[in-house]
Write a protein that binds this ligand. Sequence first.
Ligand SMILES: NC(=O)c1ccc[n+]([C@@H]2O[C@H](COP(=O)([O-])OP(=O)(O)OC[C@H]3O[C@@H](n4cnc5c(N)ncnc54)[C@H](OP(=O)(O)O)[C@@H]3O)[C@@H](O)[C@H]2O)c1
Length: 333
Amino acid sequence: MRAAILDAYDKNGRELAVRDAPIPDPGPGEALVRVATAGVNPLDNMIVRGEVRLIVPYRTPLVMGNELVGTVERLGAGTRGLSVGDRVFGRMPLAKIGAFAEYAAVSASALAKVPDYLSDEEAACVPLTALTALQSFELMGLHPGETVFISGGTGSLGAMAIPVAKGLGLTVITNGNGASEERVRALGADRFIDYKKESYAEVLADVDGVLDTLGEQELPAQFSILKRGGTLVSLRGLPNGDFARRSGMSLVKRAMFGLAGRKFDKMAERRGQTYRFVFVHEDGAGLERVVGLFGERRIEASVDGVFDLADVNAAMAKVAAGGSKGKTVLRIA
Ligand SMILES: NC(=O)c1ccc[n+]([C@@H]2O[C@H](COP(=O)([O-])OP(=O)(O)OC[C@H]3O[C@@H](n4cnc5c(N)ncnc54)[C@H](OP(=O)(O)O)[C@@H]3O)[C@@H](O)[C@H]2O)c1
């Protein structure tokens, strides 16, 4: 099969090699999926640069790709809940990625059935960002009617996080690139702030939860608009001890991340707030929950561009260049 492979980490970035690799054998509890499309994420570039090695220490050569859409071709021993021919999607298991390939062997527990109304390209926009949003909002413990601020909501994460938040009954304020205002309002954003024209820190106060996609530089400002007792979930700040404990990491890593994230834990403690970090993990049942949240309203996916597997490096460069209006998708089958 053809696959996009990372041969070695490089902190300055490097191209993936598209070449033949053996079709994986589905192990117990796994399904062999013939991949139709795969979503390309900023995470893929971070993996190439070795920036998430402490969280997920992948060995190279590595078949890349964190989320897929495809058809179940074969089942491993004892695999339940799926049948050959099912159209499925999912965030690849953290322990074993590999969506940028013609076939992937994936734990059935990471997969959910794709709603018929989504095309393969549209479905590729959903798993990673929808699960990130769900896992983040669950950690915030918000209730319907409460308000969440999603920073940088005009990218691919916001394109799913905004409708998921609306599905949970939340009021959504987001900021981002002004060119996407109409699109994110149509997704359900109740209030939009153009980050080049207005500072959210000057106009917002006491929001019930914050979902940070901007990272360290912007964290003080985002804490300043969060209510006392509220939770800020960061997707881009530093992992902390709480994250390492939730992820079941070793004592050494707990101590290491405890130190790394202490600055933000302290920043939060000053106002009785909580700092949490999310690194999205696979969860087929969570994905089914997201599909259910939308029900009759249907998931609206924002596809920003479609590339062939052979052009994977152009797709990764597009994601790295910014200016995103949704998800960059690889068409594989
Ligand atoms: N930890 C996790 O599990 C996890 C999961 C998903 C995503 N993430 C992270 O979340 C971040 C966003 O992901 P994404 O896929 O949405 O990225 P993306 O598609 O590149 O979108 C980023 C968006 O943020 C906007 N932006 C840039 N600077 C901004 C600022 N100062 N204030 C407000 N908006 C700004 C960008 O606008 P311009 O067009 O003007 O640049 C763009 O619309 C990435 O860093 C990604 O790694 C983490």
